[in-house]
Design a protein around this ligand. Structure first.
Ligand SMILES: [Zn+2]
Length: 273
């Protein structure tokens, strides 16, 4: 039995798998903001799902920056969790080994191994959702880094809006995330059908995407997250406007994830293979 847990700022999701490839059962519940409460609830849930005992490793995806895959350094949507040694705490509660990873890293890993990036050696994954995250995967492995990847927090407009989640002005997430979309256009992205709004949103998104292509030089960019559900009215102008900025490179492929919202959980299974 394999287990993969995806701790999100809103929901925590648990996947069980018999073969380590396919999800056989999924559970979800609201993530408690209080760290100790969240740990106790996760322990209870895992023990009730697997009363005969946990596997020797449980993979946990966290929405933030990790230190040495042990401690949470920064997690803007779960501030009470910052500085906590989640690996040690969970290992002592669950009596099994915990592998912590950043959520976008696991999403990208799944995209590169079994998703749209599987034929490519250098895959960039970018998730456009409430926030923005991303990862770079080469030869089917997460690139080694000191602190992970935070493409959502590179600055696009130095005089742009203040973004309380990172404390900066004008970062990519402050301009192109779903949260930013709602601030700018006063409508939730999932309700917006206006092609002019989507063209405008594609323009600002293309600036961050073009930067990512220049920094990471991928062969393919896989886009995920709730904003991609807008479909062609967003994705077509996004690709066109990005292409206009990529004058120094051949244009990599840009595609929307085929794995959808399960890619983080699937990445948590695949990393155990
Ligand atoms: Zn930021």
């Amino acid at each position: 039995m394999y287990i993969s847990v995806d701790i999100g700022g809103t929901n925590t999701r648990i996947a069980l798998s018999d073969d380590g490839q396919n999800i056989s059962r999924k559970e979800h519940y609201k993530t408690p903001q209080n760290y100790h409460e969240a740990l106790a609830l996760l322990t209870t849930k895992l023990h009730s799902l697997l009363p005969d005992g946990l596997p020797h490793t449980v993979v946990i995806a966290v929405p933030g920056v990790l230190l040495d895959r042990q401690k949470i350094y920064k997690t803007p949507h779960l501030p009470d969790w910052e500085g906590e040694n989640i690996k040690t705490d969970l290992e002592s509660q669950l009596h099994t080994s915990i592998l912590l990873e950043n959520d976008a890293d696991l999403g990208g890993l799944a995209e590169s191994r079994i998703g749209a990036g599987r034929e490519y050696d250098i895959v960039a994954y970018l998730t456009l959702s409430t926030g923005i995250g991303g990862s770079r995967i080469t030869q089917g492995q997460i690139d080694p880094t000191q602190s992970g990847f935070e493409p959502g927090h590179h600055i696009i407009k130095p005089n742009g809006p203040f973004w309380p989640y990172c404390g900066q002005h004008g970062c990519f997430e402050s301009l192109a995330s779903g949260t930013a979309f709602e601030h700018t256009y006063h409508i939730k992205p999932e309700l917006c059908e206006d092609p002019l709004i989507w063209e405008d949103h594609a323009k600002i998104t293309s600036q961050g995407l073009a930067n990512l292509i220049y920094f990471w030089s991928p062969r393919i960019v896989v886009l995920g997250g709730s904003l991609t559900k807008a479909g062609d009215k967003f994705i077509n102008p996004l690709i066109r406007l990005t292409q206009e900025q990529i004058t120094m490179f051949p244009m990599p492929e840009i595609v929307v994830s085929t794995l959808g919202g399960d890619n983080v959980l699937l990445g948590g299974l695949l990393i155990q293979q």
